[in-house]
Design a protein around this ligand. Structure first.
Ligand code: PMP
Ligand code: GLN
Length: 389
């Protein structure tokens, strides 16, 4: 299984069942067919002008050599101040904060740091696609627990029953990609109860922390009395500053966990683009209102998209968080979600993400994910097509 023959050399694939990620596949299809791309999650508007000015300034100021391994001190200080302000977490910027090349790297580092051969890691399906390959490369086993329909909530009794002597890590994601659901304080209390007195850690993917709507609140593990000492919390500047291409993110965890995390980080990327770190540190100090304004900014986009497709034959409940909207297309087609997403992209000119690639065992539903972090004009053009289906 997984053998690749090449000029007589036999390569054993370490990820025999992994292909190209669905995000890359659908964005390429959107490009090939000139479809409106509501698939891969990235804005089609630019990051703040002032932030671009700061990047240019630091680039021209010669901030072009290796920054410190864990990130420049000014950025780590800003991150510490931010998690204090938002989550009342007292992070030591020296020992508890690591800047990484995207949240993807941070998730990978955390998993490699604590998962050993045959350790079990619990993920909730549909699960973001980078978790399982990282677990597999660490030699661990992924235990998939499906989120409960219709609201994609976690069945904590089922989690409790799934714990074994080998359970090492539980990965949560709130706000949730692709579902747009969020975890409540009660969920975090349940998680804390499940792992109490056990050697189980938490990896909390919180990259959409500032995209929570309708007055709801993002519940970070950093704000939880019990979980904050047992968790890696991962955040992404790519989402917050509309700059997914810069691949800048960070992990906050207590000193013991961060020490192990940095042992991996230093040999995966060692450090991250220097001038962008300086620019974001300055921007965080100068424009703290940017993050505060994000929920309203994205809620308006969600509401616009939902209003525009309200008269379509798609059925949906507005997302509570993230910049994604799930829709049920059963009234339009009974095709599989992969086939329907391909059809929509190729024949109708709107690209979306199917849900089954995020499941070990997908339920029999007809659901697609649309990304609404787009200019209103893009959403209007897409909705015009979607309403005709
Ligand atoms: N986790 C989730 C849930 C995501 O949606 C994404 C990217 N969209 C990432 C992690 C990776 O973030 P980054 O681009 O910073 O690597
Ligand atoms: N996380 C983004 C999404 O959900 C995609 C990131 C990627 O392409 N790796 O669309």
């Amino acid at each position: 299984m997984g053998a690749i023959g090449q000029k007589g050399i036999l390569l054993q694939s370490k990820l025999p069942n992994i292909g190209t990620t669905i995000f890359t596949v659908m964005s390429k299809m959107a490009q090939d067919y000139k479809a409106i791309n509501l698939s891969q999650g990235f804005p089609d508007f630019d990051c703040p002008d002032r932030l671009k000015e700061l990047v240019t300034k630091h680039l021209n100021d010669g901030k072009n050599q290796y920054p410190p391994m864990a990130g420049i001190p000014a950025l780590r200080q800003q991150i510490a101040e931010k998690v204090k302000a938002y989550y009342h977490y007292d992070a030591d910027p020296e020992t508890e904060v690591t800047v990484t090349s995207g949240a993807t790297e941070a998730l990978f580092d955390a998993i490699q740091a604590v998962v050993s051969r045959d350790d079990e890691v619990i993920v909730f399906d549909p699960a973001y696609d980078s978790y399982e390959p990282a677990i597999q490369l660490a030699g661990g086993r992924t235990i998939h627990i499906p989120l409960s329909l219709p609201d994609y909530s976690i069945d904590w009794d089922r989690v409790k029953q799934s714990i074994t002597a080998r359970t090492r890590l539980i990965i949560i994601n709130t706000p949730h990609n692709p579902c747009g659901s969020i975890l409540t304080k009660a969920d975090l209390d349940n998680l804390a109860a499940v792992i109490r007195d056990q050697d189980i850690l938490v990896l909390s993917d919180e990259v959409y922390e500032h995209m929570v709507y309708d007055g709801l609140k993002h519940e970070s593990v950093l704000a939880h009395e019990e979980l904050k000492t047992k968790s890696f919390a991962v955040f992404s500047f790519g989402k917050t500053y509309h700059a997914t291409g810069w691949k800048l993110a960070y992990c906050v965890a207590n000193k013991e966990l961060s020490t192990e995390f940095k042992k991996i980080h230093q040999f995966v990327t060692f450090t991250t683009s220097s001038f962008v770190q300086y620019a974001i540190a300055d921007f965080m100090a100068e424009c703290p209102q940017h993050s505060l304004e994000l929920p309203a900014f994205y809620q308006q986009k969600r509401d616009t998209f939902c209003r525009l497709i309200a008269d379509s034959r798609f059925r949906f409940s507005p997302s509570k968080g993230t910049y994604f909207q799930l829709v049920d297309y059963s009234e339009i087609s009974q095709q599989s979600d992969v086939d329907f997403a391909n059809y929509l992209t190729r024949e109708k000119g709107v690209a979306a993400i199917p849900l089954t690639p995020f499941y070990q065992q997908a339920p029999a539903t007809n659901i697609l994910r649309f990304c609404f972090c787009k200019d209103d004009s893009t959403l209007e053009r897409a909705a015009e097509i979607l309403c005709k289906l």
